[in-house]
Design a protein around this ligand. Structure first.
Ligand code: SAH
Ligand code: SF4
Length: 378
């Protein structure tokens, strides 16, 4: 029988598991701290736990890391790991160092079922959800590997932010996501601030509502288009949850969110969604024409091309002109710096290796990418 993976639990889950072994909650807290704060995987090293408990745990449980298939370091300091999740599937995790923070970009699924046109993960189709343990194993490994690499002492941290922006749609793996988020936030775990843990979603409306109640963290919504016609083509989930429903869910989310704005992500695709007319339409959308006003920041992402996308990156001048329309109207708009492109670690380039159980790749090839002429965006 395979052993229980202790990375699968948030603290409450671990406490319930330990109770089943006849142990009090404070033992679970000690264990949780050993695992997540000290990076211990060997029960023998957990010296303040009774020998009898360590032996008992050794028989039934383990801290199961993900095997690292590759590590690549970019010239700009970005580090990408490829983790083997079995059965021919692999997922990627990226560490992005900046002056004032260190961000870990974490994957939630092997592949993705949403199938966005401009996303390498989406082109691969969906294989399976990651477990809580597999989501947390990415942070667990990166945290302790980086501490070692930078020779940090116990209290020092390099990862200050986590973004669920790796492979997969986190809100389509909700039940595994939430305990993972809780372990990230827990003071006995990684102790990250709610404002520094971001869930990025293509817009799974019912799950945005659930997350607001269960574990509100910072929220990024992948918008990419200012109207339903274009968004239906770029982000197929829009056909199920169209823009007005999505924006209403964003407004509801803000009632409990740790930040008072939603980050809208908008991938700039040459000739597809990047004209000034699109910018005007986007402005009207987020300003709500009265009804859907959502306090937001806009993050423009230069498209990161990958073979077979058939799309190209908007020229810099186009991106700047687009940004200016929004900035002039008072919408805080930033242009994302592309990091780690020499190691294919930039947004949307995470490919890992996925056994496509949905044959999404073939479907994509049959459907031409829509190119919308300037000004005719619906
Ligand atoms: N599934 C979630 C989170 C993972 S994708 C989501 O879609 O939000 C993280 C971000 O990268 C999203 O905003 C996504 O739209 C963007 N992205 C995907 N492919 C991209 C590409 N090729 N170039 C730039 N950004 C891309
Ligand atoms: Fe999935 Fe996000 Fe990629 Fe869309 S952009 S296919 S939702 S990972």
């Amino acid at each position: 029988m395979s052993k229980v993976n202790l990375l699968d639990f948030d603290l409450d889950g671990l406490a319930a598991y330990c109770e089943g072994l006849g142990e009090k909650r404070f033992r679970a807290t000690q264990l949780f701290r050993w695992i997540h704060q000290r990076g211990a995987a060997d029960f023998g090293a957990m010296t303040d736990l009774a020998k009898a408990l360590r032996d008992k745990l050794g028989g039934v449980a383990e801290v199961r890391p993900l095997p690292v298939a590759a590590e690549q370091v970019s010239a700009d300091g970005t580090i990408k790991w490829l983790f083997d999740v079995g059965a021919g599937n692999a997922v990627e995790t990226v560490f992005i160092p900046e002056d004032d923070r260190g961000t870990l970009c974490v994957s939630s699924q092997a592949g993705c079922a949403v199938g966005c046109r401009f996303c390498s993960t989406g082109h691969q189709g969906f294989s399976r959800n990651l477990s809580t343990g597999e989501i947390l194993a990415q942070l667990w490994y990166a945290e302790h590997r980086l501490r070692e690499r930078f020779a940090l002492s116990a209290g020092e941290r390099v990862i200050s932010n986590v973004v669920m922006m790796g492979m997969g749609e986190p809100l389509q793996n909700y039940s595994a996501l939430v305990p993972a988020l809780r372990a990230m936030l827990d003071d006995h775990g990684y102790g990250l601030s709610r404002r520094r843990v971001t869930v990025s979603t293509s817009g799974v409306v019912p799950m945005i509502d659930r997350l607001r109640e269960d574990c509100p963290v910072a929220m990024a919504v992948s918008l990419h288009a200012p109207n339903d016609g274009l968004r239906d083509e770029l982000v197929p989930l829009n056909r199920k949850y169209p823009l007005h429903e999505l924006l209403e869910a964003c407004k509801r989310y803000l009632q409990k969110a740790p930040r008072d704005f939603i980050t809208f992500e908008y991938c700039m695709l040459d000739g597809v969604n990047d004209t000034e007319a699109h910018a005007q339409e986007l402005l009207a959308l987020v300003n709500g024409r009265g009804e859907h006003h959502v306090p937001c920041k806009l993050n423009l992402i230069p498209f990161n091309p990958f073979p077979s996308s058939g799309l190209t990156r908007s020229p810099r001048a186009t991106v700047l002109a687009f940004a200016k329309v929004l900035q002039d109207a008072g919408v805080v708009t930033t242009i994302r710096k592309t990091r780690g492109d020499d190691i294919d670690a930039a947004c949307g380039q995470l490919a890992g290796e996925v056994q496509d159980r949905t044959r999404a790749g073939e479907r994509m090839k049959r459907v031409p990418v829509p190119v919308v002429a300037a000004g005719r965006s619906s």
